[in-house]
Design a protein around this ligand. Structure first.
Ligand code: MTE
Length: 330
């Protein structure tokens, strides 16, 4: 029997209470944390009179025919079961997102109702021995899911701490067997302006959102294909039904709602690098000493409802994951 979802270290107990007690969150949001959160969430959302019912937006995406409860909670990977900071409140994480297909604001949840992440397929192709289009349920059912707590650092200098559920990308790569000529992995999100107003409004942007990794990065122990968060399936705004998480890189590398994974011999063009090459590179590793052209990366604004957590923290090289990845860039 899988270990209980929240059977994790004592130091996180306070935040766990918050995740699973929405009323308490609402009370706290209304009475105690406006000052702390005002920088992250528009004040109207924190006014108890107008606060949305977060449970509506957090209900796990249904992935038929296998009910999500069969997959979640997944066992925790002991190597990633603790962090040096409290987890970000689930509700805060779900109301503060980047998903430009839907909005250029953080209030993605407001614009995402028409997006249907089921049924869903993921095409695996390019330089690979076993090209295949997977139904997402089949793919998830084939893989061993695990939970990992990861630091999450956006290039905009905000950060969170998130419990993701997923499987190592390496497991998928072992399954599909890239050819020896494959040196990169290119990943694409969806293109459907009928449900994604951002794709309609910004029709000159290089949709679909595309990202890429070297094969060495894709097979690194940290690289996770994510299907769930906080012990349930991904809500839409976090990139249902499948997204990438590479915690030593800025968050924009973490492509949401993946439709295609392609193995290539050439470094693929990526969304932000195509839009603003002088601001966003291909590798995009978290490097505190390398400022963004418009702001410093030396510190980050930690988004949390924990009143004891520092509002700003020093940015860590590779977001604290140097031991896993620094060798890739020597
Ligand atoms: N994936 C797609 N398809 N579209 C996007 O706009 N935004 C990226 C990344 N993945 C984005 C995306 C950025 S800029 C960040 S910081 C993270 O998603 C945010 O993930 P979160 O909203 O789950 O915190």
């Amino acid at each position: 029997m899988p270990r209980k979802k929240w059977d994790i270290p004592q130091r996180q107990a306070t935040d766990e209470d918050v995740y699973f007690n929405r009323r308490k969150f609402i009370r706290r949001a209304g009475l105690g944390t406006i000052g702390l959160l005002a920088g992250c969430i528009p004040e109207k959302l924190l006014n108890p009179a107008t606060l949305v019912d977060p449970t509506k937006y957090l209900s796990p995406t249904r992935i038929e025919p296998t009910p999500p409860s069969e997959w979640y909670p997944a066992p925790t990977n002991d190597a990633f079961s603790t962090l040096d900071r409290p987890l970000t409140d689930e509700v805060v994480a779900a109301l503060y997102n980047n998903f430009y297909e839907f909005s250029t604001t953080k209030e993605v949840w407001r614009f995402i109702d028409n997006f249907e992440p089921a049924p869903w397929t993921v095409e695996i192709g390019g330089l690979v021995q076993q090209p295949k289009t997977y139904d997402i349920d089949t793919l998830i059912g084939t893989m061993d899911l695990e939970e990992r707590l990861y630091r999450h650092r956006c290039v905009e200098a905000w950060s969170m701490a998130i419990p993701w559920t997923g499987f190592p990308m390496r497991a998928l790569i072992d399954l599909v067997q890239p050819l020896s000529s494959a040196r990169y992995v290119r990943m694409l999100s969806f293109f459907n302006p009928e449900v994604a107003p951002g794709q309609w409004d910004r029709s000159d942007w290089p949709w679909p959102y595309t990202e890429g990794l070297t094969i060495d990065e894709a097979t690194n122990e940290l690289t996770l294909l994510v299907t769930g968060i906080y012990g349930h399936a991904l809500p839409k705004q976090h990139g249902a039904p499948l997204r990438l998480v590479t915690p030593w890189k800025y968050g924009y590398k973490g492509l949401k709602s993946i439709t295609k994974i392609e193995f290539t011999s050439q470094q693929p063009a990526t969304f932000w690098n195509t839009l603003a090459p002088h601001e966003y590179g291909f590798f995009s590793n978290v490097e505190p000493e390398v400022p963004h052209p418009r702001w410093s990366q030396a510190t980050e604004r930690f988004i949390t409802t924990d009143p004891d957590a520092p509002a700003r923290r020093e940015t860590l090289p590779y977001n604290g994951y140097a031991e896993y990845v620094a060798h890739l860039y020597e």
